[in-house]
Design a protein around this ligand. Structure first.
Ligand code: HEC
Ligand code: HEC
Ligand code: HEC
Ligand code: HEC
Ligand code: HEC
Ligand code: HEC
Ligand code: HEC
Ligand code: HEC
Ligand code: HEC
Length: 397
């Protein structure tokens, strides 16, 4: 069958856009390889130059039904031998993952509201995901998933929320994505593309931890790791939420009513004590750090050049990030090391500024001395010249 595709040749000449369109789109699609052809999906006889090509006896399918599409695309994409012949690097697990997902199970039952392979990738204009024009491209996928998931009418038969897209767009993740941060998660980063399942309570931490490795490791060393599992709480999501993750600075550790710890522990003696201790340590370290930053800023505003100040600020920021991450252990002792780093950076910053100030004072003293000497010299020269002038006028040489 190689090299012969009368389906495409004839369809390219037809006047009805609905019949010609597929042949046109196919030419620039990922499927333009002649081993795929039109028959890859529609079957029929690609060597018959007449409409006899639509051979029902050869299994010709004019309009694959909703429930058939995944079998057609997946039949081929799960065939590792065939796929690897054409593209050795293409993974072959999509059909298996999709079939098990809720999307796949609903579509297999003919539910037109659930996506099939062709809903997400297109039919004749299927492109590699790396193509900016592909609906599954990283830049577009939130519009694809969100298109259905924020459509309240479409989702009305199901007991499911429709706020994921709008929340994600306003979250730290969505805002970082908008700014072009290549590591910011979009819908399929957390859900997968073909499995599209909500991570359950016991696997959320791994989904977040793919990117936040340090926080995951520290969380796993905390009493929360086991405690949350026992109670079916959704790990990271219980504190940070899933779609509307807010900046960490908005979460207060402490015992006040607005502190997050109070929401679960208002009546628990030990956790509230720990919360109070940690809150005190954080407040102290952050106050000292803020004071050091203010000192550096004042020096800069006064026009002082403080060599090494940007290095000191970097060290301060690094230590603060480390401190923040260590909060996940819930162990006040573990806060000591990063707090010591903060205090070292604070002392370093303050020393840099005071050194520069001392130097400037010395320089200034030297300057006044020099100015006085120069002034006296000038005065004596002036007196001398007046004296000479007087003598000249009196006629004495
Ligand atoms: C000689 C020209 C010609 C050839 C060759 C041809 N087709 Fe068609 N095809 C048509 C025409 C005309 C129609 C619309 C009328 C009809 O359904 O017969 C059509 C309709 C279709 C439809 C839509 C059916 C519908 O009911 O809307 C599909 C799908 C299709 N062809 C696929 C193929 C495939 C696959 C091949 C090759 C195996 C092929 N065609 C070969 C001319 C051709
Ligand atoms: C990757 C699979 C795939 C390939 C390859 C493919 N098609 Fe299709 N085609 C589909 C699917 C899926 C539909 C959608 C059926 C529907 O929505 O009713 C379809 C529908 C059509 C229709 C009906 C369009 C309409 O709007 O009613 C025509 C005509 C058609 N294909 C022709 C072709 C021709 C000609 C080729 C080769 C140039 C081709 N197809 C290659 C999957 C494919
Ligand atoms: C006859 C086998 C076959 C069928 C049926 C088929 N594909 Fe493909 N598809 C391939 C092969 C082979 C490639 C690799 C092409 C290449 O890289 O040149 C491919 C490439 C792709 C790609 C691009 C992958 C990449 O990263 O480059 C996507 C997406 C895709 N197919 C989706 C689909 C969808 C959706 C359907 C059903 C509507 C489908 N395929 C039906 C064989 C098939
Ligand atoms: C809900 C939307 C959705 C559905 C349904 C879907 N895909 Fe995908 N697909 C994606 C996204 C998003 C990507 C790209 C990113 C990724 O792989 O995570 C992708 C990537 C692919 C790729 C390229 C993989 C690669 O690594 O280059 C192939 C091939 C593919 N899909 C085939 C299929 C097949 C076959 C089906 C049906 C069995 C299907 N897809 C169903 C969204 C979907
Ligand atoms: C064509 C519309 C459509 C598209 C596109 C779509 N979905 Fe869905 N999705 C649905 C429907 C319908 C359900 C079933 C809702 C239910 O039964 O509660 C669903 C369910 C889900 C669920 C819940 C699954 C479960 O097991 O509870 C998740 C998670 C999900 N989709 C994520 C995604 C992601 C991620 C994408 C994009 C890669 C996506 N969806 C694209 C229609 C869509
Ligand atoms: C940072 C990771 C992350 C991102 C990004 C993300 N989700 Fe989710 N999503 C989750 C988690 C975790 C759950 C499960 C919540 C739980 O178990 O409490 C979930 C649940 C869902 C559900 C099930 C219904 C619900 O709201 O609980 C759907 C549908 C869904 N997400 C769609 C999307 C869509 C669409 C996008 C993109 C706009 C998206 N998600 C982006 C992590 C994410
Ligand atoms: C694909 C990678 C990725 C995944 C998965 C991911 N994140 Fe993020 N996350 C990021 C990036 C990148 C940023 C930084 C955004 C910025 O620069 O402002 C971030 C920022 C954050 C912040 C704010 C940090 C701050 O400095 O205020 C929190 C909290 C957070 N993520 C929690 C989560 C949680 C909870 C999950 C799982 C539900 C998760 N993340 C999943 C990449 C990811
Ligand atoms: C008990 C509630 C709680 C849980 C559970 C939790 N966090 Fe946090 N997380 C916090 C608090 C509180 C902060 C901010 C501490 C501060 O700055 O005062 C934070 C800060 C963060 C930050 C920003 C700090 C940094 O290092 O840049 C990220 C990212 C983060 N958490 C991710 C996660 C991940 C991933 C998980 C799951 C493995 C998780 N968190 C579990 C409460 C929690
Ligand atoms: C989403 C609810 C939730 C939040 C928010 C929360 N915790 Fe917990 N915490 C728990 C659960 C559940 C346990 C395990 C209790 C058990 O198994 O008896 C626990 C256990 C603890 C323990 C261990 C108690 C022991 O007896 O060893 C400490 C300490 C603790 N939490 C401190 C905190 C601090 C500090 C915060 C605020 C940063 C916080 N928790 C926020 C639910 C929460």
């Amino acid at each position: 069958m190689e090299g012969i595709n009368t389906c495409a040749t004839c369809h390219a000449t037809l006047t009805d856009a609905k019949l010609r369109g597929p042949a046109k789109d196919y030419v620039t699609s990922a499927h333009r390889d002649e081993r795929i052809g039109c028959v890859g999906c529609h079957k029929g006889d690609p060597r018959d130059p007449t409409v006899g090509a639509h051979a029902r006896a050869l299994g010709f399918i004019a309009h694959p039904a909703q429930s058939e599409v995944a079998g057609i695309c997946g039949g081929c994409h799960a065939d590792a031998d065939f796929i690897r012949h054409v593209n050795a690097r293409l993974p072959v697990g999509q059909y298996a993952l999709y079939s098990l997902s809720l999307h796949g199970r609903l579509a297999a039952g003919g539910d037109e509201r659930a996506p099939t392979c062709a809903t997400c990738h297109g039919k004749h204009d299927v492109l590699p995901p790396a193509s900016p024009k592909s609906p599954v491209n990283r830049a577009n996928v939130h519009k694809l998933c969100g298109g259905c998931h924020s459509d309240a009418k479409r989702m009305s038969p199901y007991q499911i929320r429709t706020d994921q897209l709008s929340k994600w767009e306003k979250s730290v993740h969505g805002l970082a994505f908008k700014k072009g941060n290549p590591n910011a998660p979009t819908c399929n980063s957390c859900h997968g593309a073909h499995s599209a399942t909500p991570p359950d309570a016991s696997s959320v931490a791994r989904a977040c931890g793919r990117c936040h490795e340090e926080e995951l490791a520290l969380f796993e060393q905390s009493p929360h790791s086991k405690g949350f599992r026992r109670r079916g709480l959704a790990e990271c999501v219980a504190c940070h939420s899933n779609h509307d993750v807010a900046p960490a600075s908005s979460l207060h550790v402490g015992v006040t009513p607005d502190a997050m710890c109070t929401k679960c522990h208002a009546n628990d003696e030990k956790p509230m004590k720990v919360a109070d201790t940690i809150a005190g340590l954080l407040r102290g370290a952050r106050d000292r750090s803020a004071a050091a930053r203010a000192t550096l800023a004042r020096a800069r505003d006064a026009g002082l050049v403080v060599p090494g100040s940007s290095f000191a600020l970097d060290q301060l920021s690094t230590a603060e990030l480390k401190l923040r991450a260590v909060v996940h252990t819930l162990d006040p002792m573990r806060l000591e090391a990063p707090i010591a780093s903060i205090d070292r950076a604070v002392a370093e910053a303050e020393k840099l500024v005071s050194d520069v100030e001392t130097t400037r004072k010395t320089e200034r003293r030297g300057y006044y001395v020099a100015l006085t000497v120069a002034g006296l010299l000038f005065l004596s020269l002036l007196l001398k010249s007046l004296e000479l002038d007087r003598r000249r006028r009196q006629g004495t040489p």
